[in-house]
Design a protein around this ligand. Sequence first.
Ligand SMILES: NC(=O)c1ccc[n+]([C@@H]2O[C@H](COP(=O)([O-])OP(=O)(O)OC[C@H]3O[C@@H](n4cnc5c(N)ncnc54)[C@H](OP(=O)(O)O)[C@@H]3O)[C@@H](O)[C@H]2O)c1
Length: 299
Amino acid sequence: MASKQVVLITGSSTGFGRLIAESLARHGHTVFATMRDPGGRNASNAAEIRALAERESLPLNILEMDVTTDASVERAVNICVQQAGRIDVAINNAGYALIGLEEAVTTEQAQQIMDTNFFGSVRINRAVLPHMRRQCSGLLLHVSSGAGRVVFPAFGFYCATKFALEALAEAYHYELAPQGIESSIIEPGAYQTPVFGNMLKAADEARTATYGVASQIPAKIDKILNTTAGNPQEIADAVLAIVETPAGQRKLRYRVSPSDIGVDQINTLCAQIQQRLFEASGIAADTAFVQRSAASSKG
Ligand SMILES: NC(=O)c1ccc[n+]([C@@H]2O[C@H](COP(=O)([O-])OP(=O)(O)OC[C@H]3O[C@@H](n4cnc5c(N)ncnc54)[C@H](OP(=O)(O)O)[C@@H]3O)[C@@H](O)[C@H]2O)c1
């Protein structure tokens, strides 16, 4: 098993982020559980996490962070590095869902969800990478979704944020490997977290009303997701296993889901096509990282 890691997690107030924070800390990793407004709207979540840390003597710290603000991200990353002396793992988990017909999503709603679900990771990665590059080690772990590989109608903007995240994380995977830094993606299926209750709705209801039978799609998707959702501790356990996988042996993608909708098939095919692309373009001949990434995608 890898040595104890210093881990920063975004969106740790509830759901996956909180379970990941608690699970990693219980296994001895030093965790910086970041969240928005721990002194206000998340005060009770922060108090519960602090109480757990005290009761079980866990290396579990809370930091304020809003992933939509550069200054907030930089401040939290700096505190983490000052206190722990390093940063080994950054888990890009913060995010939310938006449901509704795409034409009914306003430009402002589209920009806001991209700002959290995609640009949040851009900010985190840019803030932590100088530290990881100095260490010549590190893991960027991105919480994507099956919706980052397969498109659900009425979920188009959420899918767009996760497709964008997948592209960014994969490009980082190829670029950073020669420096000893890994970029991986976990693709959860549907799990019972507050994400469904927190889901925003497309704001332009007048447009939705003009869609006839298709206007029923959002309600159908919502029902399917809610009824198939699994136990979110599965994701925390999977993240623990990824964090504890020795450096250099982690895969690019991990699909973890209570149901099989074909995401593994897509991932296998995409890995083969990427490999062919690298071989045809000569990149594979120049570098070791493509061979390594091809080997890891088979694992
Ligand atoms: N549950 C599922 O079925 C599922 C499936 C696939 C992927 N995912 C992904 O898993 C991740 C975690 O979601 P979850 O299911 O655990 O739902 P959740 O309990 O609603 O957690 C979402 C977290 O993101 C935080 N967040 C939202 N905007 C933020 C911002 N601007 N800055 C910092 N934190 C912010 C929330 O914080 P606040 O408390 O401040 O709002 C909350 O802590 C998301 O990226 C989601 O897309 C979930």
